[in-house]
Design a protein around this ligand. Structure first.
Ligand code: ZN
Length: 155
């Protein structure tokens, strides 16, 4: 999905640049029908072609990990919308280099206990920027919405 999101962003960026070069009135100042470049976009896939390897009628198992497919079923329960912290900015205490560290989905979106400095500093401590539960840590964390659902597979 990250690949598709970046492809959509690039397509929008290319379109916007093309309109700008063509001096299209849609992006000119004072236009009422402005085409605004929006960097925060996501891909939603629907109406996938009906192929045996894309459609599943059984619940996925471990062997399906990493595969892209459509699961057909009925949503029988929906949980509340929540925020998921999926990345944090860490900083090396020696070289002050900052890196984004992603949470590990298979470990309930926890963060790795030990992070090495990308500059391979010796005896360096790489820790999250900002203290936990402080307002500054929000600027160095990335969140996204998620919602748990209970799905009943159609048979
Ligand atoms: Zn370092």
């Amino acid at each position: 999905m990250e690949f598709l999101d970046s492809a959509v962003k690039r397509a929008l960026s290319d379109l916007y640049e093309q309109l700008r070069q063509d001096k299209d009135p849609a992006i000119s100042k004072g236009s009422t029908s402005k085409f605004l470049f929006k960097p925060h976009v996501h891909t939603r896939i629907s109406m996938m072609p009906v192929c045996a390897h894309l459609y599943r009628l059984e619940f996925p198992s471990c062997k399906d990990s990493g595969n892209f497919f459509c699961l057909v079923g009925t949503v029988v329960r929906v949980g509340p919308a929540k925020l998921l912290e999926y990345a944090k900015t860490y900083q090396c205490n020696k070289c002050k280099n900052q890196i984004d560290v992603k949470a590990i989905p298979s470990k309930f979106h926890s963060f790795p206990k030990h992070v090495e400095c990308p500059n391979l500093c010796l005896n360096a401590k790489v820790s999250p920027v900002g203290k936990e539960n402080s307002k500054t840590s929000e600027h160095f964390s990335k969140f996204k919405d998620y919602q748990e659902i209970k799905l009943q597979v159609n048979k």
